[in-house]
Design a binder for this molecule. Sequence first.
Ligand code: 13P
Ligand code: SF4
Length: 304
Amino acid sequence: MSNEEIIQKIKQLKEKHDVVILAHNYQIPEVQDIADFLGDSLGLSIEASKTKAKIILFCGVKFMAETAAIICPDKTVLMPDENAGCPMANMITVRQLREMKKLYPKAKVVCYVNSTAAVKAESDICCTSANAIKVVNSIPKEDQIIFIPDKSLGDYVSKQTGREMILWNGYCPTHHRILAQNIINMKAKYPNAKVMVHPECTADVIELADVVLSTGGMIKYAKESPDKEFIVGTEIGLLYTLSKQNPDKKFYPATKLSDCPNMKLNTLEKILWSLEDMVYKVTVPEDIRVKAWNAIDKMLKISQ
Ligand code: 13P
Ligand code: SF4
């Protein structure tokens, strides 16, 4: 079957079953193109909370689909590939978080959305890379903060807010492939380019950047900036949308090695099979869902 035929079938099934396709900015181009909404983790959560469709087909990784299932208990949430996980989300378990909370019983837990539903359920408030500073600033100054699981985002937010935080030792393997030397080399090659990096990058990479933004933030910044060239320090999937939306501007990946294999598991064929067989359903046990929803809802209330 050609891509055109697959796309036609997907469109028919979407209409028949009342499906909305939400896709993250790191998806492969064909998947980005078929999405009803393309965005960053925060934008996708907001979209899930607003959609009227009966079924959400989530093209991203598991924690994102789980977040949609937490926000929309009355909807069916599907993932085209059930193996699309996020290694960072698996770097902290509920047991480890409970031990940490025992060590700092008065601390508030700020949980990056790149985490499992069960870990969110044990947290006070969630955040994404787009609103982490705002979320941390919303916590009373006298409260201690445990920030999980991303130590790079936590370190960046701590420096920006001046809040000392207890950081967990998690990280994104894809963003940590971007080295300071890559940025230095690219800046030497393209001296007029603005450097945009994601806060999941290491501190030495962040120090070399002109701006530190979520993927949605980078899309907005590139569109509004008068600059014509950009060095992009995030997962390389974002380059597709950046180039498509700004044909007169040039975007260079800091390194082509910053490729997230999990984000690339979703394909047009798998989207079609998913809609044909109504797989793979993402569900969260109700007791965990309610607690995780509290942490997400607090975040959404201060972000919208
Ligand atoms: P955002 O799109 O929210 O910036 O997140 C990046 C990411 O790594 C998601 O897995
Ligand atoms: Fe997880 Fe990093 Fe992949 Fe995002 S890019 S899904 S944080 S491994």
